[in-house]
Design a protein around this ligand. Structure first.
Ligand code: NAD
Ligand code: IPM
Ligand code: MN
Length: 356
């Protein structure tokens, strides 16, 4: 059987509770679909590691995980002990930038039977992808503070868009839209107010669209786009956005499908020069950590995205089917979906539901 070598990094908080459920489902998928996994477990990229070592990761982290076929990641952040910008810029954001994972692919889907806060919406009404630029844009390290601690204090952080960086994520999004039935792409912009970078983004979208005449595309400013996500989620198919806008849209979209706890993310280097990283969209959830009530579905769906990336398409589809089967049954839902199941009860039910 095909052997896949995976670097496993649970991180902090509920990351440590949901990653084992993802692994449980991957083992079940491997047993059913004749592939195999070798998991290497790492304790760095966590705030515990930071407290012991004074840094989030060892100096040779790239060598330790750069040769794996993929990275299976939980969540990082424990703001009580380490400031979030320190823990995140010392781990997850390094992975995305150093491994050139320039696409953050975030599916949003209303699953059968799952209660949604949007009255009257049924599966099929909400089924789209957020394609988030993942290595530049508003997340830049260019800037600083001058005249600190005086009344003249000034704080600046630049947004960086490069032609290569914008075009490559747009191309990925157009290609994805072209493969889908609706062939519809929406661009998130704010070119009315952000007067240099966002008009540039719009220009590149229009130029790229010329290469994809069969894709029908539109654009909305991010403010009204958030309203349309709530009022007209059925308008969307592939939504491409800058780093920050994509971050916001990919919590809002899943919230419209019942909970952010089910949403997955693929941090992808499409050229496969570096390993891609698969994680849930949510964070370490310190407010519920240790209670064993976290929803493991985001992590498990991330495992399905990883299987797809590894060429195990049948196993990936089986995992998504198992998620759908189990979420349709209220007794296996976790508290964020109004149920009483524990993290492990939900995860085990999904692993048991895997079949050809
Ligand atoms: P969060 O996603 O951790 O939690 C937001 C809310 O959603 C909380 O009430 C939480 O209990 C709930 N929630 C999240 N995931 C859930 C799940 N699987 N099941 C049930 N409920 C769930 O966001 P936050 O509170 O803004 O951030 C907490 C920490 O996580 C911070 O340190 C933040 O920087 C970090 N964070 C990390 C990542 C990541 O590693 N990719 C993503 C987002 C936030
Ligand atoms: C996400 C997270 C991260 C981001 C944070 C934790 C830096 O919110 O993966 O969506 O903003 O990219
Ligand atoms: Mn986010």
């Amino acid at each position: 059987p095909n052997l896949h070598r995976i670097a496993v990094i649970p991180g902090d908080g509920i990351g440590k509770e949901v990653v084992p459920e993802g692994l449980r489902v991957l083992e079940a998928a491997a047993a059913t679909f004749d592939c195999a996994f070798h998991f290497d477990h790492f304790d760095f990229a966590s705030c515990d590691y930071y407290q012991q070592h004074g840094e989030m990761m060892p100096g040779d982290w790239k060598a330790l995980i750069g040769g794996h076929d993929a990275i299976f990641f939980g969540a990082v952040g424990w703001p009580e002990t380490v400031p979030d910008h320190v823990s995140l810029w010392g781990s997850l954001i390094q992975f995305r930038r150093e491994f050139d994972q320039y696409v953050n692919l975030r599916p949003v889907r209303l699953m059968p039977g799952v209660p949604t806060p949007l009255a009257g919406r049924v599966p099929g009404d909400i089924d789209f992808y957020v394609v988030r630029e993942n290595t530049e844009g508003e997340y830049s390290s260019i800037g600083g503070r001058i005249f600190p601690d005086t009344e003249r204090e000034v704080v600046i952080q630049e947004t960086v868009m490069t032609r290569v960086g914008v075009d490559r994520v747009l191309r990925y999004a157009f290609e994805l839209a072209q493969r889908r039935e609706k062939k519809h792409l929406t661009s998130a912009t704010k070119s009315n107010g952000i007067s240099i970078t966002m008009p540039y983004w719009d220009e590149r979208v229009a130029a790229m669209a010329a290469d994809y005449p069969d894709v029908c595309w539109d654009k909305y400013h991010i403010d009204i786009l958030t309203a349309h996500f709530v009022q007209h989620p059925d308008w969307f198919d592939v939504v491409v956005a800058s780093n920050l806008f994509g971050d916001i849209l990919s919590d809002l979209g899943p919230a419209c499908t019942g909970t952010i706890g089910i949403a997955p993310a693929g941090n992808i280097n499409p050229e496969r020069r570096f390993p891609s990283l698969f994680e849930p969209v949510h964070g370490s959830a310190p407010d519920i950590a240790g209670q064993h009530i976290a929803n493991p579905v985001g992590q498990i769906w991330a495992a399905a995205l990883m299987l797809d990336h590894l060429g195990e398409g049948r196993a990936a589809a089986a995992v998504v089917r198992a998620i759908e089967d189990v979420l349709a049954r209220p007794e296996y839902r976790t508290r964020d979906l109004g149920g009483e199941a524990s993290t492990a009860e939900c995860g085990k039910a999904i692993a048991d539901a895997i079949c050809v």
